[in-house]
Design a protein. Structure first.
Length: 138
């Protein structure tokens, strides 16, 4: 297997083309996730996603233990909505549309869910590729 090396170029400019549809976006981010782990950069992406999900899982468990009832599940869409609104707020100067139109954070929350699923899928494929005796692609 060829070992990947990290390099930093502070003056580099990267141009990213978005995928034309959600399935292609999912496949692209599965690949990005796996390659990021191959490069030894799990801390820069995967740990943050894992922390977010661990926090929500912990809140759901505490809510269940305190007999929070079925309303505790409302935390999940509220969490995705809050993430989407936060992301839109941070990028508000770059966006060609108003930040707080209800359809935009809802759509962004859906895309975030797809990207999170792609992150976990890529990580799972990376783990499976590291089992002893498993042949890896070069």
């Amino acid at each position: 297997m060829k070992r990947l090396r990290n390099g930093y170029a502070p003056d580099a400019v990267a141009h990213l083309e978005t995928a034309p549809d959600l399935p292609m976006t999912f496949r692209r981010f599965v690949l990005y996730s796996r390659l990021n782990l191959d490069a030894g950069r799990g801390r820069s992406w995967h740990y943050g996603v894992a922390r977010l999900y661990a926090l929500v899982a912990s809140l759901l468990c505490v809510g269940h233990l305190l007999d929070g009832g079925p309303w505790i599940l409302a935390l999940i869409p509220a969490w995705f909505g809050a993430r989407a609104i936060k992301a839109a707020w941070e990028k508000k100067g770059d966006l060609p549309f108003p930040v707080f139109r209800p359809d935009h954070p809802a759509g962004a929350a859906g895309v975030m869910l797809v990207l999170d699923l792609a992150t976990w899928t890529g990580a799972a494929r990376w783990v499976v590729g590291h089992f002893p005796g498993r042949r890896r692609n070069a």
